[in-house]
Design a protein around this ligand. Structure first.
Ligand code: ASP
Length: 437
């Protein structure tokens, strides 16, 4: 059995609903369908979830939100009418509007209605059962998911027929509706897959998988066919954002493969995410993906004899810890060490941090370099293969990209290096063109 999840752009209008029906009908194993609220139909369109947040903000300050509410209602009504779905949502919309006006609906409950109405309509359209997430997704008081209760409740509710489930929300122990953070329908899908021991969790979106590089930098990048969870973690930590972070754990724990697919190009295989892969998709390719972020600052200090002294690094890190700054990389030499962190985290504390390092560490030199970008070449196949970093740095050197920092962990899952912000896009393009194309 396959659990599918369709994101906002896949749910945006009647045409998208039809595509979903074709996808579901083309494989009888696709029995469970988790849906997002309707997303954007075109570039400057509004997401229903955004409109719901806006509606709540208006009502909270006593400003009439009827106009916004009407936009929401009519989006769903249009879909219902165009698809001839035999379902009357008017009474529910009316009741909801009354509760907004009397301020008796919480923000979480109101914004969760985007998914709720999506799921109701999709269930009607497909002729599937509707399973409300308020009846099975169980939160603890601290906001974490009570997995045991959640899985047991869904197993109990699911009859083995086709079912549509709204993403994004569940129930607190006190009976109130609570939502996940934004993008959280991915988590609902993952929980459903884990609860029902699905063979695959298919996450359908509007790109043909996780791309090997940012399409704003590399023209028409290829999708990654296979990526491990560890690689994905590296890729998303350094920039690439595809799935909600919280959606990994439930399926990973149960060893259920996660397949990212494109609703608008259903024949493409997308990206498969698994713990391990046995075969080798493309033995010649050692880079799985290239990613990175701009705007880091490096604080470098040197002190004669530092390599023989105990506690210098700890003192530096303690200063940063006092200011609540998380350090990303710590490249070092014999008598020098650098700490690398996002500029926006450091900036408000910069002078205090420098003066405290001066006082606590008494370095011989202390320098700050900003406008640094970090690029990560990620690939499980780089491990234990000599010559890879040589090739990468040679390619960058040929294109005159100056490397400001190099970092590679012993697991050899990635090679991370720093360049000037202005070389960021170029560095990514050089890597892509040299090693992917
Ligand atoms: N509709 C919610 C959001 O826009 C949740 C989701 O789509 O995953 O964040």
């Amino acid at each position: 059995m396959i659990v599918t999840k369709f994101g906002g752009s896949s749910m945006a209008d009647a045409g998208q609903y039809r595509k979903i029906r074709d996808i579901i009908l083309s494989n009888p194993d696709r029995k469970v369908v988790v849906v997002s609220a309707a997303g954007k139909r075109f570039k400057n369109d509004h997401k229903i979830t955004d409109l719901l947040y806006l509606c709540f903000a208006h009502a909270q300050y006593g400003v009439d939100c009827s106009g916004i509410f009407e936009m929401i209602r009519s989006r769903y009504q249009e879909i219902r009418e165009e698809l001839n779905i035999d379902l009357d949502l008017d009474a529910e919309f009316e009741a909801l509007k009354k509760r907004i006006d009397s301020k008796s609906v919480s923000q979480d409950e109101l914004v969760s209605r985007g998914e709720y109405f999506s799921a109701k309509l999709m269930a009607g359209f497909l002729g599937f059962d509707f399973i409300d997430s308020a009846d099975w997704v169980r939160f603890n008081f601290d906001g974490s998911v009570d997995q045991e209760k959640t899985y047991a409740a869904l197993k109990d509710l699911y009859r083995g027929n086709g079912a549509v489930i709204p993403g994004f929300y569940g129930l607190m122990p006190d009976g109130h509706i609570k939502t996940f953070s934004r993008g959280g329908s991915d988590i609902t899908g993952s929980l459903a897959a884990a609860a029902l021991d699905a063979s695959v969790y298919e996450n359908w979106t509007d790109v043909s998988g996780i791309l090997m590089a940012d399409p704003r930098i590399v023209e028409d990048p290829q999708a990654i066919p296979e990526v491990t969870y560890d690689e994905l973690r590296e890729l998303s930590y350094s920039g690439a954002q595809v799935l909600h972070e919280g959606s990994i754990f439930p399926v990973r724990e149960k060893n259920i493969p996660l397949n990212i697919r494109n609703t608008n190009a259903p024949d493409e295989p997308g990206t498969m995410i698994q713990e391990h892969f046995d075969g080798d998709h493309d033995p010649n390719r050692f880079i799985t993906g290239i990613t990175g972020k701009k705007d880091f600052t490096i604080i470098s200090l040197s002190k004669r004899g530092m390599s023989n002294q105990v506690g210098v690094l700890r003192k530096v890190l303690t200063v940063l810890e006092r200011h609540g700054i998380s350090v990303d990389y710590v490249p070092n030499g014999i008598d020098n060490v650098s700490v690398v962190m996002p500029t926006d985290a450091l900036a408000p504390h910069l002078y205090a941090v420098l003066s405290e390092i001066k006082k606590d560490v008494e370095p011989d030199t202390l320098d700050v370099h900003d406008q640094i970008a970090v690029v990560a070449a990620v690939g499980r196949k780089m491990a234990y293969r000599p010559g890879i970093s040589g090739k990468i740095f040679a390619a960058l050197g040929e294109e005159n990209v100056n490397i400001r920092m190099i970092n590679q962990g012993p697991d050899e899952l990635n090679i991370i290096f720093g360049v000037d912000n202005q070389d960021f896009e170029k560095a990514i393009r050089v890597l892509y063109n040299s090693f992917v194309k």
